[in-house]
Design a protein around this ligand. Structure first.
Ligand code: AMP
Ligand code: MG
Length: 348
């Protein structure tokens, strides 16, 4: 005889509990996975002497167009090679009324020149030009010519009162070491105002991240290997940060087997030979990261680490010319080296 197929009340309860559990799991998965992801809007253009790619998720529909317009506006004011820019007007005449944007950036750049004790110096431009880095017409200037130009290199001589700037006779400025970083800050602020909570702004070697990736995970930013034009050194995981690299590989020429690059030591008027091949700075502010990536490159490894110890408001990846890598303690978890090479973590 068949057994009564009716289930016992206890089994029914277990089955009902299982069904309820399964239903709640399904609801949870749907809440996480079925929420529509914001669409990506992406644009690549040539600006500020580099390739810029802006990828924006969500926010108002005009957010990306507004960001692009802002880049063009800032470029028109800050470019040292555009004869109509504020910077060119100042360099040409020695005194100029600047737009509020240029005045703000110059003011903040001068503070950073002071904070880095002149390793960053916005008045290094005549020297940069003498080496041909503004035109691509490269040359190794003779020592007398450099010595004469170096006399004009001194950021403490730049006067800025309100929006009016003036320079000593023969001095010229270039905001190229900080302009892209500051532009990243400006774009991030503009996008947030327009409701964007997630964006990746690639401004040449400057990466600016807004929020996290749309799925809530960190952005993974590749750091270039300075010894290999195509390859990368590792990956740094960040959200809401700027990741800015200055490297000798970005712009250089070779004469008689010597490589000369575009980052100058304002103390010597020659390309900075500090033993570093690249410096990547991770900070909340793009301006700060950009200023520091240039300045720490000039300072060299030991002085750069001393600067980090004294300030502790940024993190850095220092790649030496011998290929060894040093990272500051705050990046110990966030930075992953891609190959085998010496890595030192400095914690204090
Ligand atoms: P970055 O790529 O941010 O390191 O900036 C390098 C650019 O800034 C160069 O192409 C020069 O135009 C300019 N520059 C080079 N050396 C210095 C320096 N020590 N201080 C300020 N600007 C510099
Ligand atoms: Mg810089």
């Amino acid at each position: 005889m068949r057994k009564n197929p009716q289930k016992s009340p206890a089994r029914v309860r277990t089955f009902a509990a299982f069904l309820a559990f399964f239903a709640s799991l399904l609801a949870l998965f749907c809440a996480l996975g079925c929420t529509p992801r914001p669409e990506a809007a992406k644009e690549t253009s040539a600006a500020m002497d580099t390739v810029m790619t802006l990828t924006v998720y969500g926010g108002e529909t005009d957010a990306l167009a507004a960001a692009k317009d802002r880049v063009l506006e800032l470029e028109a004011r800050l470019s040292v090679t555009d004869p109509d820019s504020d910077v060119s007007a100042l360099n040409r005449t020695g005194t100029a009324v600047l737009s509020p944007d240029t005045a703000e950036l110059l003011s903040r750049a001068l503070e950073l020149c002071a904070r880095t004790d002149g390793a960053l110096d916005v008045t290094v431009y005549p020297v940069v030009r003498a080496w041909g880095f503004t035109t691509g017409d490269y040359t190794v200037p003779d020592e007398d010519a450099l010595a004469a130009l170096l006399e004009k290199v001194d950021y403490t001589e730049v006067r800025l009162e309100g929006d009016t700037a003036s320079l000593p006779v023969g001095a010229e400025i270039d905001l190229g070491a900080v302009a892209k970083g500051w532009t990243g800050d400006e774009l991030a602020a503009l996008l947030r105002e327009k409701g964007v909570e997630s964006a990746l702004l690639e401004l040449g070697g400057n990466i600016h991240t807004v929020g996290t990736k749309p799925d809530g995970s960190d952005w993974r930013v590749a750091v270039r290997d300075p010894a290999d034009g195509e390859g990368y050194l590792g990956v740094v995981s960040v959200s809401d940060k700027a990741v800015v690299t200055s490297g000798g590989y970005e712009r250089y020429f070779e004469r008689d087997g010597v490589r000369y690059w575009h980052i100058m030591d304002p103390a010597t008027g020659a390309p900075a030979r500090s033993g570093l091949a690249s410096v990547t700075v991770v900070a909340d502010s793009g301006l700060y990261a950009d200023a520091l990536s240039t300045a720490l490159f000039v300072m060299g490894r030991e002085a750069a680490l001393d600067y980090w110890r004294a300030n502790r408001d940024f993190e850095a990846i220092l790649v030496s010319e011998d290929g060894s890598v040093t990272v500051t303690g705050g990046l110990e978890e966030a930075f992953t080296l891609s190959g085998e090479r010496p890595l030192a973590v400095v914690r204090a």
